[in-house]
Write a protein that binds this ligand. Sequence first.
Ligand code: DGY
Length: 312
Amino acid sequence: MAASSLLQLAPIGPLADRLLRDNLGAVRLWEEEADWLARHGAGVELLATSVRRGCDAAMMAALPQLRAISSWGVGYDTLDVEAAHARGIQVANTPDVLDDCVADLAWGLLIAAARRISASDRYVRAGEWRDLGGFPLTTKVSGKRLGILGLGRIGTAIARRGQGFDMQVRYNGRSPKDVPYGFEASLVALAEWSDFLVVACGGGPETRHLVSAEVLAALGPRGILVNIGRGSVVDQAALIAALEAGTLGGAGLDVLQGEPGAPTALCHRDNVVISPHVGSATIETREAMEQLVVDNLHAFLREGRVLTPILR
Ligand code: DGY
């Protein structure tokens, strides 16, 4: 392949960036002149990108010979998969390798929100344990009811861990699956049943604000919401209103609307724990995700098929 036939839209990570350049001759768009695309776009056959950078239909239109896109990240809300498929362009993401870490973090946030680990840590550091005495009582986790919105690979990994906490598990999603957990066709009904509701679905228009004011009200003043999917799935204004009114018990959030950053209304609450979108952010998992971006391109070049296509 000519050196210009693989285009990388943005940095992905040290491993992927190095392998894409050294082994596949990637052109790094961010290091090129502003008119590179106009001058060389016609020669690009492969594209490497990430869910952070995405790839829209306008970019694809500038690449008439494009045959495959390899994207870092399991999410594809920033990729126009429909436009790609309409042109026969294969699109790969990096699923599977991050399931465990994202599920682990969901549980970390769930426990941290229920047991107020961040707030109690602040309490100790501020000297309040010494000056004021014991920390207020919190909420038990084991043996409770776990609701999951989106029982995909990550949702399933979260559900499996729930069994270790002796929890009953139910889920809501597009359709029932052959799994040992109960399906709730209505998200409001699932929230009403749940002590903890974990959002594990992807973003995009189909899931926008699925977790509405009504769902939060159903989860109730003792209920805790955890979101490791996408910020857009939760109506954030409704979430803030419910927390302020005391009609929701708490929240553990790895993703937010308008991230990076979080609104003060969430930051100052002791019943809210926030992490900066780090579900997959371990050394091991990020390395595996980066390697998969590269492996997908090698597989396409070898066999004409990416390893982990997005099928829609
Ligand atoms: C993903 O893989 O989509 C993650 O959200 C990226 O951090």
